[in-house]
Design a protein around this ligand. Sequence first.
Ligand SMILES: Nc1ncnc2c1ncn2[C@@H]1O[C@H](COP(=O)(O)OP(=O)(O)OP(=O)(O)O)[C@@H](O)[C@H]1O
Ligand SMILES: [Mg+2]
Length: 378
Amino acid sequence: MYLKALSITHFKNYGAVSLGFSSSLNFITGKNGTGKTNLLDGIHYLCLGKSYFHASDQQSVKFEERFFRMEGDFQHGSEPINIRCVYPLGGKKELSCNEVTCQRLTDHVGTIPVVMIAPDDQSLINEGSDERRRFIDNTISQIDHLYLEDLLLYNKVLQQRNAALKNFAVTKRFDGALIEALDQQLTAFGEKIFSKRVFYLEKISPLIEYYYHLFCEGSESIKTTYQSVFHRPNFNLLLKQVIEKDRQLERTTEGIHRDEFDFFLNDQPVRKFGSQGQKKTFLMSLKLAQWELIKSEKNKKPLLLLDDLFDKLDAFRSVRILKLISGPEFGQVFITDTETDRLAVERVGLNTAYKRFLITSGRLTSEITEMENSLEKR
Ligand SMILES: Nc1ncnc2c1ncn2[C@@H]1O[C@H](COP(=O)(O)OP(=O)(O)OP(=O)(O)O)[C@@H](O)[C@H]1O
Ligand SMILES: [Mg+2]
């Protein structure tokens, strides 16, 4: 699976740009603020129908323009896949696959798998469980469409239950039958989501360990823990037991939306005790484990988007990672960097196809110049 050609119009700081990519490595270089991250985000839009960084599509329309449009020609084996994403300011975003409009954007998830690694992803290690839940959900959703459906339905019922709890507080009336109906649905969707989280966490944990040791040559033991109320039997009964508390707080205090994930190095939480370098390496291991899991479950190699990779790692690890991801088992990779020198592939000794792009920014437009052609095609 790879992106052959991309056209973007009025997306963030881009005017109109068309590019052809290498099926393996693509290096995107340019000074700060020229549009490197934006280009990766444009690719992310085509893969998952939304920005990696923010929920607002309006923010992605170039200042003073009325719409953005993106089109990508992907290739999966001998099958061409054309994806188009158009958003008119204030209107409805439309995504189409081979000229057929996706009725719901979420239907598209999984068609073009993608893994992004961006500087702010450190929050995945450092912040609370929200970020880690998002990571697990993103991973499983790209593998299993029913999981995403159940998650959306669970969240909808959760919103309804929270709205009902608020309403009870305002009207000072309680509707037991409504809560009972909502609790049953929360339990049913929650159980399905829980069992898939358990299943895929068991699969991803050894992959995280594998990549961590590949980068570190250390002997640290790695553990992933998962805490959920669903480990205990009868969630439905628990909801009944906490209803007075929920009514007081006007929100649902128990459920899979409160599940906790944590990562441990030698039995200590990475979040609390990991050094900067260990955290960076751990993040890289997590994301490559995500890539590997999606690849093996979907039988498609996800696109790998690495934003500012080298800023986060020392030279030794950078070269190690570069060699790994340019190997035959990996697919198409995009790497951004502010320095052209660090991406001098010849010096690293890679023997693979690559293309290098230089982005120079006008005041509000950007121009991308293809610097070099592939050395060889895989
Ligand atoms: N909707 C928009 N319209 C116009 N410009 C935008 C829009 N959204 C973002 N920008 C601008 O795009 C520019 C490039 O942003 P981007 O984050 O892609 O740069 P970058 O090359 O990744 O920089 P860095 O090396 O600092 O990470 C920024 O100056 C930002 O203000
Ligand atoms: Mg950037």
